[in-house]
Design a protein around this ligand. Structure first.
Ligand SMILES: Cc1ncc(COP(=O)(O)O)c(C=O)c1O
Length: 381
């Protein structure tokens, strides 16, 4: 995906290492350290950006600039806001844009906490319609909706929808479009260039990539809508700490290195799994032949680090996970250390008992593939 009308400037690696850096100041660090401040000096009138630490912080500003530069290179007037977590960012968009009596379309196969959000929206009088991600099924329930929520690729099923097609249909009838870009990262997919009004993500995953920070963000093109998101952040107070924001910014410098390494290895893992008769329902959008590949290759620039597949039984999946040596049995995804889990253990996803979601890290590809194949052999009955 590349929008030929937009000058994107330098390549992804160059943009990642420089993203959001302030103009150089002699004797100052390249990336200023975290600003720990609950309040700022504010004599007289309330002017300027920094007054109270729940409203704004210079460390957030640099991070917001960085994320905005990566989410929407070359697009003017994009505003980015950071949050305490991906869920804080998701909730900020949904709860600031929707009113009682509005209808919203959510994916039926998205991140499992969306079901909790759904219940809360319904309690506030919002009509919630759902449809699966694959096949652009959300089109069928779009009529009259105030907002369409897309998660592509979806977690954990890795289905993909045609974001541009859905955005065109939605906007023709005045429906706002938000895309959860967590799995792809801004280097993998640019929802705003594909026509979305909001790109939203959990920065907890591959964006920060070390499994040590919770973070979320919203990037949006509409000043009024973003003002409402900002107001939501102020009244709910789901703000990132300065240390987390700074760590995230530091981590973004290596985003292109991590993403390229992890995603290439994810493809290698998927190719190895494809040869196994004991593995079924293998999904990776970057795998030629995957049901999502055609659409993914039109709109994604990189395919993510998550691979999903199903082993014959729950017991087999548990033995497989226990036999892995280089892959931690843990939730979440996107970190430099590989993780995998039997997703059914949470009870929130419509997946078989033997369904495994694996997040591929930055280990040497041959070591990781060998570990996965050995664990498959050892866990076979
Ligand atoms: C696709 C997706 N969106 C949002 C979230 C929520 O992010 P966080 O855990 O940072 O609140 C997750 C978490 O797993 C996710 O997978």
């Amino acid at each position: 995906m590349s929008d030929a009308t937009v000058d994107e400037g330098p390549g992804d690696g160059t943009r990642a290492v420089r993203a959001g850096l302030p103009e150089p100041v002699k004797h100052e660090p390249t990336l200023p350290g975290p600003v720990f401040a609950a309040h700022f000096h504010l004599p007289g009138e309330v002017t300027g950006p920094y007054s109270y630490g729940r409203d704004d912080n210079p460390t957030w500003t640099l991070l917001e600039n960085a994320i905005g530069e990566l989410e929407a290179p070359g697009l003017a007037d994009i505003e980015t806001l950071v949050f305490a977590s991906g869920m804080a960012a998701i909730s900020a968009v949904l709860f600031s844009q929707l009113r009682a009596g509005d209808a919203v379309v959510l994916p039926s196969d998205g991140y499992q906490a969306l079901a909790l959000v759904r219940a809360q929206l319904e309690a506030y009088g919002v009509e919630v319609r759902t449809a699966p991600t694959g096949g652009d099924a959300q089109l069928e329930v779009l009529e009259g909706a105030r907002l369409l929520w897309i998660e592509s690729p979806s977690n954990p099923g890795l289905d993909v929808c045609d974001i541009r097609r859905l955005a065109v249909a939605a906007q023709a009838q005045g429906t706002l479009v938000a895309v959860d870009n967590t799995l792809a990262t801004p280097l993998g997919q640019r929802p705003l260039a594909l026509g979305a009004d909001f790109a939203v993500a959990s920065g907890t995953k591959q964006l920060t990539g070390h499994g040590d920070v919770l973070l979320g963000y919203v990037a949006g093109r509409d000043a009024e809508a973003m003002a409402a998101v900002r107001r939501w952040r102020k009244i709910v107070g789901a703000i990132p700490g300065p240390m987390e924001a700074w760590l995230a910014h530091r981590s973004i410098a290596t985003l292109q290195l991590r993403v390229d390494r992890q995603n290439a290895t994810a493809l290698a893992v998927a190719e190895a799994l494809r040869q196994r008769p004991d593995v079924s329902a293998l999904r990776y959008p970057g795998l030629p032949g995957d049901p999502a590949h055609k659409t993914a290759s039109r709109q994604m620039r990189r395919y993510g680090c998550v691979v999903s597949f199903t082993l014959p039984t729950r017991a087999r999946a548990e033995r497989f996970l226990a036999a892995l040596r280089l892959v931690e049995d843990a939730t979440s995804f996107g970190g430099v250390r590989s993780t995998a889990e039997r997703r059914g253990r949470w009870g929130g996803d419509a997946v078989p008992e033997g369904f495994v979601r694996m997040s591929v890290g930055a280990e040497d590809p041959e070591d990781l593939v060998a570990d996965v194949l050995r664990a498959l052999d050892e866990s076979a009955e």
